[in-house]
Design a protein around this ligand. Structure first.
Ligand code: AMP
Length: 149
């Protein structure tokens, strides 16, 4: 029974919609920001990776501490000046896990195996927020083991 519910529930359903961290609470950067700015946001927020959005809140990609560190590694030393000269667009990964709000919890769970967070978009492709692996696990734990049957 739980299996069927989880399989068919979509993120338009009130019950699981609130698992999504809404856009205004998502730490993010823009493509034309410097790598230094992106690194500051990542370090200060404590997140490993965050989305790259444009001014209209459309998704452009994802930037991570690992991508930034990799881009400033020279052959013999860390080239710190690249933090100023490179932009987020130069090193971000434009491949990212996205899902429409009308897709199912089962799909989110499968995507979360290889992605620490999934970007949620509406029918027009507008960014609606992120779904983290931990929020999916909290929900599953609650549904499977905490609820009285
Ligand atoms: P968690 O499953 O809570 O560890 O989150 C997984 C990943 O999602 C984190 O490592 C971050 O990369 C990203 N993340 C979580 N919350 C936020 C947020 N509020 N803003 C931006 N990225 C986030």
């Amino acid at each position: 029974m739980i299996r069927e519910t989880l399989k068919s529930s979509t993120f338009s359903d009130e019950k699981i919609k609130n698992l999504i961290i809404p856009t205004e609470k998502v730490a993010h950067v823009q493509q034309n920001n410097s790598l230094e700015h992106a690194l500051l946001v990542l370090v200060k927020s404590g997140y490993t990776a965050i989305p790259v959005l444009d001014k209209e809140s459309k998704l452009n990609g994802v930037i991570s501490k690992a991508l930034i560190l990799d881009s400033i590694l020279g052959l013999e030393r860390i080239e710190l000046d690249r933090l100023h000269s490179f932009k987020v667009a130069d090193v971000m990964n434009s491949k990212l896990a996205t899902m429409k709000m009308t897709e199912t919890f089962a799909k989110a769970l499968a995507l979360s195996i290889n992605n620490p967070f999934i970007c949620m978009i509406d029918a027009d492709g507008a960014f609606k927020g992120i779904l983290t692996r931990s929020s999916l696990l909290v929900y599953l734990n609650q549904e499977l083991f905490q609820k009285k049957k």
